[in-house]
Design a protein around this ligand. Structure first.
Ligand SMILES: *[C@@H]1O[C@H](CO)[C@@H](O)[C@H](O)[C@H]1NC(C)=O
Ligand SMILES: *[C@@H]1O[C@H](CO)[C@@H](O)[C@H](O)[C@H]1NC(C)=O
Ligand SMILES: *[C@@H]1O[C@H](CO)[C@@H](O)[C@H](O)[C@H]1NC(C)=O
Ligand SMILES: *[C@@H]1O[C@H](CO)[C@@H](O)[C@H](O)[C@H]1NC(C)=O
Ligand SMILES: *[C@@H]1O[C@H](CO)[C@@H](O)[C@H](O)[C@H]1NC(C)=O
Ligand SMILES: *[C@@H]1O[C@H](CO)[C@@H](O)[C@H](O)[C@H]1NC(C)=O
Ligand SMILES: *[C@@H]1O[C@H](CO)[C@@H](O)[C@H](O)[C@H]1NC(C)=O
Ligand SMILES: *[C@@H]1O[C@H](CO)[C@@H](O)[C@H](O)[C@H]1NC(C)=O
Ligand SMILES: *[C@@H]1O[C@H](CO)[C@@H](O)[C@H](O)[C@H]1NC(C)=O
Ligand SMILES: *[C@@H]1O[C@H](CO)[C@@H](O)[C@H](O)[C@H]1NC(C)=O
Length: 704
C-alpha cells in the first residue's frame, strides 16, 4: 500500500515535471528533439552535440541545448554539426515554440529550401543560419519574427539565398527590435535608393549592418544616416559605381566601416578618419577613390586602416604615431609620397605594415622594437640611403616577411637584419646593395624565400653555403657580381628538398647544379652563365618527372646539344636563346606558351612542329641557320600570337589562315620575317606573284 502511494505520488510528480519541461499535446520537447535528430543526416564523426544526445540524460544538459527557468528549451545551438539534409517545414524543430535563440550556422545543407516555418518561432531573439547551406527566396514569414534582435543569414563563400520577393524593405518592416542584420552574399539585387531608405524607417535600433557581396547597386542614399546607432557597416564588393557618400563621416558611433571593391569614386572626407570611435576602415580596391590623411588625434582608436589600390595621396603625417591601437596599415599601390614618418616606431601593436608601390622617399626609418610586427612591405618606392644601422631592425622579434625590393637602397647588409629570428621571406631585389653576402645570412634557418637579384653583391659563394637553409622554397641571387661555385657531388635535393624556384642568372656558373630528383622544382633560371656542352636529359625530369616544371631559362650560355633521348613535359616557358645549339629545332612541350630558340645554329624543323605547338603563343626561331620551306604544319599552330623567324634563309609562302589570325595579323610585324630572302605574302610587303614588288595595302588576301 505504501508502495502504491509512493508510486502514484511519483507519477504525479513526473507529470508535473513533464508539463514543466515543455509537455505539449502528449509529447515532450525531448521527443521533438530526438525526432528532429533522427530525421537529420549528419556526420557522426564530426558532430560534437547531436551524437551525444541521450534519452536517459536530462534534456537541459544536452550539448547545444539551453533551457529557461521553467525547463523549456529556449536555446538550441547546432552550429558546425555537419548537417547535410533533413530540415524542412515538417521538422519537429518548429514545435519548440519557446525557442529564443537558434543557430544552425556552418552546416552543409545541400541547397535545401529555407523552410518558412522558421517564421513561426516567434519568440526568437537570435537566429543564426549563416553558412548553413539553405537556398532560395527568404520566406515572407520571417517578417513575423518581431522579437528578433540578431538575424544572421550571411554566407562566407557562396550562397543561393535571395531576397527579392519579399524584398529587404518588406522583410524588415516589422523587425523593430533588430540590432544586428547580416545578409552577406544574399542576392538582394536592390537599387541604392530603395534599400537605403527601406532600412531606417523600420530599424531604428540597428547597430550592425552587414551586406557584403549582396548585389546592391548605388547610389547610397543619405537616409541611411538616420540610423544613428549604426556602429558596424560592411558593404564590400557591391557595385555602387558612385561617388563616396560624404555622410559616412557623420555616424557618431561608427566603429567599423568596410566598403572595399565597390567601384566608389570621388573624395573621402578627411574627418572620416577622425571619428573618435572608429576602429576599422577598409576602402581598398576602389581605384578611382581619392583622399588624403588628416592629422590623427592623440590616442585615436583606429586598429585597421586599409586603403590599398586607391588613389589616396599626400604625406602620411607624423601624427600617425598617435594611433596607438593600430595593428594593420595597408596602403599598397596608392599615391602616397614624402618620407615614411619616424613615429611609426611608436605603434607598438603594429602587426602588418604594407607601404609598397607608392612614391615614399627618403630613408628607411627605424622600426626598432615593434615586437609584434609580422609583415613589413616597402617594395617599389623611392627610398634611398643605407639600411646598415643596427637600430633599424633590432627587436623585430616576430618579423616573418620583409620586402625592400625596387628602391634605390645601397650599402651592406646589417648584422641585425640577418639575425631576425623568425624571418621567412626576405626580398631585396632591384636595389644597389653591395658587399659580400655575410656568413650570418646562411644561419637563417627559417628562411623559405630569399631574393637578392639585381644588386651589386660581390664575392664568391658555393651553393652548399646555403645548406643550413633547409626550408628554402625560393632562392633568387641572379644578376649580381657573384661568382657561384657548383660542387657537382652535392645533390641539391638533399639540401633543399622543398625548392620550387632557383634563379641563378649571371652567377658565373661553370657547371649545372645537380638538381636530380628535385621533385618540387617549378622555375629554374641558369641564363647568362658559362655553361657549355650538353643539356642533360635529367634536367627535363625535375619537378615530379617534369610535370611540375614550368619555367626554364638557359639562354646566353654555350650549350651545344641536348643529350638524347629527352622528353619535355610541363614547361610553359622555355628559353634557350643565344646558345650554340644546332641541328633540328627541338620539339617543345605541348603545354608551352612561350618558346625562344633564337640566336642558335639550328638548321631544320621537325616537319610536324606546328601540330605539336598547339598552345604556343610566342615562338621564336629567329637568327638561326634555317633553310628551305617553312613547314606547312606551322600554320596549324592556331594559338600563335607572336612568330619570329627573322634572320634565317627560309623560303616559301606565309600562309595565314583566315579566321585564326585575323586579329593577331597586326601583331606579326614585318620585322618578324626580315632577313629571309625567299619569303613572300602577308604580312610582308612582298607579293608571292612573280616574287614581285606588288604591294598589299591591308590584310585579307590569302596566298596558297
Ligand atoms: C521532410 O523531411 C522528412 C525527414 O527528412 C521527410 O521524411 C519528409 O518527407 C520531408 N517532407 C517534405 C514535405 O519534404
Ligand atoms: C553565427 O554563427 C557563426 C558560426 O558559429 C559565428 O561565427 C557568427 O559570429 C554568428 N553570427 C552572429 C551574429 O552571432
Ligand atoms: C504572421 O503571423 C500572423 C499572425 O500570427 C499570421 O496570420 C500570418 O500568416 C503570418 N505570416 C506569415 C507570412 O507567416
Ligand atoms: C592617452 O592615453 C594615455 C595612456 O592611456 C593617457 O595617459 C593619456 O592621458 C591619453 N591622452 C589623451 C590626450 O587622451
Ligand atoms: C625558427 O622558428 C621557430 C619558431 O617558428 C623558432 O623557435 C626558432 O628559434 C627559429 N629558428 C631560428 C634559427 O631562429
Ligand atoms: C632519385 O630517386 C630515385 C628514387 O627515389 C633513386 O632511385 C635515384 O637513385 C635518385 N637519383 C639520384 C641521382 O639521387
Ligand atoms: C631569360 O634570361 C635572359 C637573361 O637573363 C633574359 O633576358 C630573358 O628575358 C629570360 N627569358 C625569359 C622568358 O624570362
Ligand atoms: C593541320 O591539321 C589538320 C587537322 O588536325 C590535319 O589534318 C593536317 O594534316 C594538318 N596539316 C599539316 C600540314 O600538318
Ligand atoms: C625577332 O627576332 C630578332 C632576333 O632575335 C629580333 O631582333 C627582333 O626584334 C624580333 N622581332 C620581333 C617582332 O619580336
Ligand atoms: C610597301 O612598301 C612600299 C615601298 O616599298 C611602301 O610605299 C608602301 O607604303 C608599303 N605598304 C605597306 C602596307 O606597308
Amino acid at each position: 500500500m505504501r508502495f502504491r502511494m509512493f508510486e502514484s505520488a511519483f507519477l504525479i510528480l513526473l507529470l508535473l515535471s513533464n508539463s514543466d519541461r515543455g509537455f505539449v499535446s502528449g509529447q515532450s520537447e525531448k521527443d521533438f528533439l530526438l525526432q528532429f535528430r533522427n530525421s537529420l543526416t549528419y556526420d557522426s564523426s564530426v558532430s560534437t552535440k547531436l551524437v551525444h544526445w541521450k534519452d536517459s540524460v536530462d534534456l537541459c544538459r544536452w550539448e547545444g541545448v539551453k533551457c529557461d527557468s521553467n525547463g523549456r528549451v529556449s536555446g538550441l545551438d547546432l552550429s558546425s554539426e555537419s548537417i547535410s539534409a533533413g530540415i524542412n517545414d515538417s521538422s519537429s524543430l518548429f514545435k519548440l515554440s519557446h525557442l529564443q535563440s537558434l543557430s544552425l550556422a556552418q552546416n552543409s545543407l545541400d541547397s535545401a529550401k529555407l523552410p518558412s516555418q522558421f517564421g513561426h518561432l516567434t519568440e526568437l531573439r537570435y537566429l543564426n543560419l549563416s553558412s548553413s547551406g539553405f537556398s532560395g527566396q527568404i520566406p515572407s514569414s520571417f517578417s513575423n519574427l518581431t522579437r528578433l534582435v540578431v538575424l544572421d543569414l550571411s554566407n562566407k563563400f557562396y550562397s543561393s539565398l535571395m531576397l527579392e520577393n519579399p524584398d529587404l524593405g518588406r522583410l524588415v518592416r516589422n523587425l523593430l527590435r533588430l540590432r544586428e542584420l547580416y545578409l552577406d552574399m544574399v542576392k538582394i539585387s536592390a537599387n541604392g535608393n530603395d534599400w537605403s531608405s527601406a532600412l531606417p524607417s523600420s530599424l531604428p535600433n540597428l547597430r550592425v549592418l552587414s551586406l557584403s557581396d549582396a548585389h546592391l547597386t548605388g547610389p547610397l542614399g543619405s537616409s541611411l544616416l538616420k540610423l544613428q546607432s549604426l556602429s558596424v557597416i560592411r558593404l564590400d564588393r557591391n557595385m555602387f559605381s558612385s561617388p563616396f557618400p560624404p555622410f559616412f563621416a557623420d555616424f557618431p558611433n561608427l566603429k567599423v566601416l568596410t566598403i572595399s571593391s565597390c567601384d566608389l569614386s570621388g573624395v573621402v572626407p578627411r574627418k572620416l578618419f577622425q571619428i573618435e570611435s572608429l576602429q576599422t576602415i577598409d576602402l581598398s580596391n576602389n581605384r578611382d577613390l581619392e583622399g588624403s590623411f588628416p592629422e590623427f588625434r592623440v590616442n585615436g582608436s583606429l586598429e585597421k586602416l586599409m586603403l590599398s589600390y586607391t588613389k589616396f595621396s599626400g604625406n602620411v603625417p607624423e601624427s600617425i604615431g598617435n594611433l596607438r591601437m593600430l595593428s594593420n596599415l595597408d596602403v599598397r599601390s596608392c599615391s602616397f609620397s614624402g618620407p615614411i614618418p619616424s613615429t611609426i616606431k611608436n605603434l607598438n601593436l603594429l602587426v602588418y605594415l604594407d607601404l609598397s608601390q607608392n612614391q615614399f622617399s627618403g630613408y628607411v626609418p627605424s622600426f626598432g622594437f615593434l615586437k609584434n610586427l609580422n609583415v613589413l612591405n616597402l617594395r617599389s618606392n623611392r627610398l634611398t640611403g643605407e639600411i646598415g644601422d643596427d637600430s633599424l631592425w633590432k627587436g623585430l622579434e616576430n618579423l616573418e616577411f620583409l620586402d625592400l625590393s625596387e628602391n634605390s637602397l645601397q650599402g651592406e647588409m646589417p648584422a641585425s637584419l640577418l639575425a631576425l629570428p623568425q624571418l621567412k621571406s626576405l626580398h631585396l631585389s632591384y636595389n644597389t646593395f653591395s658587399g659580400s653576402i655575410p656568413q650570418t645570412f646562411f644561419q637563417l634557418q627559417n628562411l623559405s624565400s630569399l631574393s637578392l637579384s639585381s644588386n651589386k653583391f660581390s664575392g664568391s659563394l658555393r651553393l652548399s653555403d646555403f645548406s643550413k637553409l633547409t626550408n628554402l622554397v625560393s632562392l633568387d641571387i641572379s644578376h649580381n657580381k657573384l661568382s657561384v661555385h657548383v660542387e657537382e657531388r652535392v645533390q641539391l635535393s638533399k639540401l633543399f628538398p622543398r625548392l620550387e624556384t632557383l634563379m641563378l642568372a649571371s652567377c658565373s656558373l661553370q657547371k649545372i647544379p645537380n638538381l636530380q630528383n628535385q621533385s618540387s622544382l617549378m622555375m629554374l633560371d641558369l641564363s647568362h652563365n658559362e655553361l657549355e656542352g650538353e643539356i642533360p636529359s635529367w634536367l627535363w625530369r625535375v619537378g615530379d618527372d617534369g610535370f611540375l616544371f614550368r619555367f626554364l631559362n638557359l639562354s646566353h650560355n654555350g650549350f651545344s646539344h641536348l643529350q638524347q633521348p629527352y622528353k619535355m613535359r610541363g614547361l610553359d616557358f622555355l628559353d634557350l636563346h643565344s646558345n650554340l645549339l644546332s641541328g633540328e629545332i627541338p620539339t617543345p612541350p605541348p603545354s608551352a606558351a612561350y618558346v625562344d630558340f633564337s640566336s642558335n645554329s639550328f638548321s631544320s624543323f621537325n616537319p610536324d612542329i606546328g601540330n605539336i605547338l598547339k598552345r604556343v603563343m610566342t615562338f621564336s626561331a629567329a637568327d638561326n641557320k634555317l633553310v628551305g620551306r617553312i613547314p606547312p604544319s606551322l600554320w596549324n599552330a592556331t594559338g600563335l600570337r607572336v612568330l619570329n623567324l627573322s634572320r634565317n634563309a627560309l623560303s616559301g609562302h606565309i600562309h595565314l589562315r583566315l579566321g585564326i589570325w585575323k586579329i593577331p595579323l597586326q601583331k606579326f610585324p614585318e620585322s618578324s620575317y626580315v632577313g629571309n630572302e625567299g619569303l613572300c605574302g602577308l604580312p610582308l610587303n612582298i607579293s608571292c606573284d612573280g616574287r614581285g614588288r606588288e604591294m598589299y595595302a591591308s590584310g585579307g588576301a590569302l596566298l596558297d
